[in-house]
Structure formats: structure tokens, C-alpha cells
Design a protein around this ligand. Structure first.
Ligand code: ASP
Length: 354
């Protein structure tokens, strides 16, 4: 009898459990879901020793205004249903045309006093990609990179060949003097003076980078975007590093290092000491962590920048957006010019560490 009673009690208990589950399900079915970000955009204008004490209010305002102008161009394209590729390209045009950034006009000088520009572009839907390295007369290297992706069977074209291709595609060609800015010429002179002093001592490589890294803000530009169709794209454009020699090419035109996009995971653009970003395959590493380990964009970005890149000895940062519109802006330098806008139109602009 006792046993039967126990059995009955168990049945009642189970029944109420089920009731409970039903109620839970019913509650979950009510519209409590947070709205999904259907599109978004994030940009950088370079990472480096960007300290508030070295900044005038005017300079800070000028950077913020240009970042906002650039991101709003891409945002408008996305808001109107345009593609993430168009948003990335047109946003980067604004920064390439501004002397504030080390891309297009305002690019840094090589040791020979030239401007050699690198850029790359990637589409997340197809994993198609394009890049140019060492071009000297293409007004918008980012468009040349996109053209390589769309109009050639190749992924990367370099120097004169890339210039011929860009011209054939009808891109705007300028006299190399278009890229000249006094500010960057002065940086080159300073870097070379410092190099001379240090070369009289010992390590050449240290002198080359020391001059560039400690004293300058890099200023490469990049953009990553998600459009309303769920397509991701990323692009990066740069003049490279001040006083670069021997046709040096950094990470910016290297797919997987400077730029990466995959609809399954995220779109990334890097900035910083390029040699380390190449060795760390930084942009791809973030996407791969998400794909293979199932971690969030933020987790993957901070692991790769704060741990892996830092342990390698590299400095810089990334901006990225994932397939849900979540954004990451991660750097291990004093600052990174950056901005983002989400589907609700909320704008964030940052320069220093918060
Ligand atoms: N990553 C670029 C390069 O190494 C420089 C930068 O991002 O500032 O060419």
C-alpha cells in the first residue's frame, strides 16, 4: 500500500514537472527576443602610440569628424540595402582621400621618398579576395584591390603590373606627387635621422622599426561591414611603414593577415606592425577560432590580440564584425582610431583606451 502511495506521489510530482515545462515553453514563445542587428559597420584609422597628451583638441576633433564622415558613408549604403562590399569600398575612399591617415593621400614615405601603397579586399559570401602591393599612382588602392578580385583571375598584383591593370580597369590614376604631404615627409626625415644615429651604434633592424614604431601613429585604414542580406566584407588600405626599404610589403595586402571575411564567422581588418600580423595570420586566426572553437567574436579577438600577438612581440589592433552584427575593436597599443555604427544608427567613436 505504502508502495502504491509512493508511486502515486511520484506520478503527481512528474505531472507537475511537465506542467512547469509547458509553462516555461509558453513563456519562451512570447516575443521576448532581443532584436537581431541586421547590419553594421566598423572602421579603423590605424593603431599606435596615440596618446592624449600629444593631441591637441583641434587634431582630435579633426580625426573624429573624418571617422564619422567615413563611417556614415558606408552606413547609408547599408541602411538603403546596399552591399557590404560597396559600404567598405566607399567608406575607405573617404579615408584614402584624407591626409590624416596613412592611406592614399597622406601615405607614409619609403626610404627613397616615395609612396608605395598596399590594399586588400575580401567578400565573405564567396571567399573571393583581391589585393595590390606597392602601387604608386592609383588614387584609390582599395578599388584596385576590389577590381583584382572581381575582374582578374588572381588574388594579388604588385607594383607596375598592378598599376597597368588598374588603369585598364578605368580606375583614377594620379601623379605620384598627389600623395605627398609635408607631415609625412617630416616623419621620414625624423626616422632617417634617428636611424643614422642608431646605425652608428649597432642593430639595423631595431633602428628601422624603433624610429617608426615608437614615434609615429601608423594610420592605416580599414573597414568591415555586414549588410542586410547577411553578407560580410572587409578591406584595408595603407602606405605601409615610414622609411620602408627594399619594396617591403606589410600585412595590409595579405589575405588572412591584414584582411579576412567569411559569412560563416566574421570580417576583419588589421592595423599595426605588419610583420607580426603576417606571422600571426591575425585576421584569419580570429575567424578560425570562431569557426573551429565556436567562441564569440570578442573572445577570439582578445585572445589573438592580447595574448597571441602580444606574446609574439607585435603591436597593433583589429576591427571586426560578425554575422550577427556584433563588433570587436581590440588593440594592444596606446590607441586606435576607430568607429562603429549598428543597425539602430548608434555611433561610437574612440581613439584611446577606455
Ligand atoms: N600594418 C601596416 C603595415 O605593416 C601598417 C599599419 O597598419 O599602420 O604595413
Amino acid at each position: 500500500m505504502k508502495r502504491n502511495l509512493l508511486f502515486l506521489a511520484l506520478l503527481v510530482a512528474l505531472g507537475s514537472c511537465n506542467q512547469g515545462q509547458k509553462t516555461d515553453t509558453a513563456v519562451a514563445e512570447t516575443p521576448v527576443e532581443t532584436p537581431k542587428q541586421s547590419f553594421g559597420i566598423v572602421i579603423h584609422g590605424g593603431a599606435g602610440t596615440i596618446l592624449k597628451k600629444n593631441m591637441t583638441p583641434e587634431k582630435e576633433a579633426a580625426y573624429k569628424a573624418k571617422l564619422e564622415e567615413a563611417i556614415r558613408v558606408g552606413y547609408e549604403i547599408l541602411e538603403n540595402g546596399g552591399s557590404s562590399m560597396d559600404a567598405v569600398e566607399k567608406t575607405i575612399h573617404v579615408m584614402e582621400e584624407s591626409p590624416l591617415f596613412n592611406a592614399g593621400k597622406g601615405a607614409v614615405f619609403t626610404s627613397e621618398g616615395k609612396n608605395e601603397l598596399d590594399a586588400s579586399f575580401m567578400e565573405g559570401a564567396t571567399l573571393n579576395a583581391g589585393a595590390v602591393a606597392g602601387v604608386t599612382n592609383v588614387k584609390h588602392p582599395i578599388s584596385a584591390a576590389r577590381m583584382v578580385m572581381e575582374k582578374s583571375p588572381h588574388v594579388m598584383l604588385a607594383r607596375e603590373g598592378a598599376e597597368v591593370f588598374a588603369k585598364e580597369q578605368g580606375l583614377e590614376i594620379v601623379d605620384p606627387s598627389y600623395f605627398y604631404t609635408e607631415r609625412r615627409m617630416n616623419s621620414l626625415k625624423r626616422a632617417q635621422e634617428k636611424e643614422k644615429i642608431e646605425l652608428d651604434h649597432d642593430d639595423k633592424t631595431a633602428a628601422f622599426y624603433d624610429a617608426d614604431i615608437k614615434d609615429s601613429k601608423f594610420g592605416t585604414v580599414g573597414c568591415a561591414a555586414l549588410d542586410k542580406n547577411g553578407n560580410l566584407a572587409a578591406g584595408t588600405s595603407t602606405g605601409g611603414m615610414t622609411n620602408k626599404k627594399w619594396s617591403r610589403v606589410g600585412d595590409s595586402p595579405i589575405i588572412g593577415a591584414g584582411t579576412y571575411a567569411n559569412n560563416k564567422t566574421c570580417a576583419v581588418s588589421s592595423t599595426g606592425w605588419g610583420e607580426y600580423f603576417i606571422r600571426g595570420v591575425v585576421a584569419y586566426d580570429i575567424a578560425a577560432m570562431m569557426e573551429y572553437k565556436g567562441v564569440s567574436l570578442q573572445e577570439a579577438s582578445s585572445e589573438v590580440i592580447q595574448n597571441k600577438l602580444t606574446e609574439l612581440g607585435g603591436t597593433g589592433g583589429i576591427i571586426a564584425i560578425d554575422h550577427d552584427g556584433n563588433v570587436a575593436m581590440e588593440f594592444n597599443t596606446a590607441g586606435m582610431y576607430r568607429a562603429s555604427m549598428n543597425a539602430s544608427g548608434e555611433l561610437y567613436i574612440g581613439i584611446y583606451k577606455e
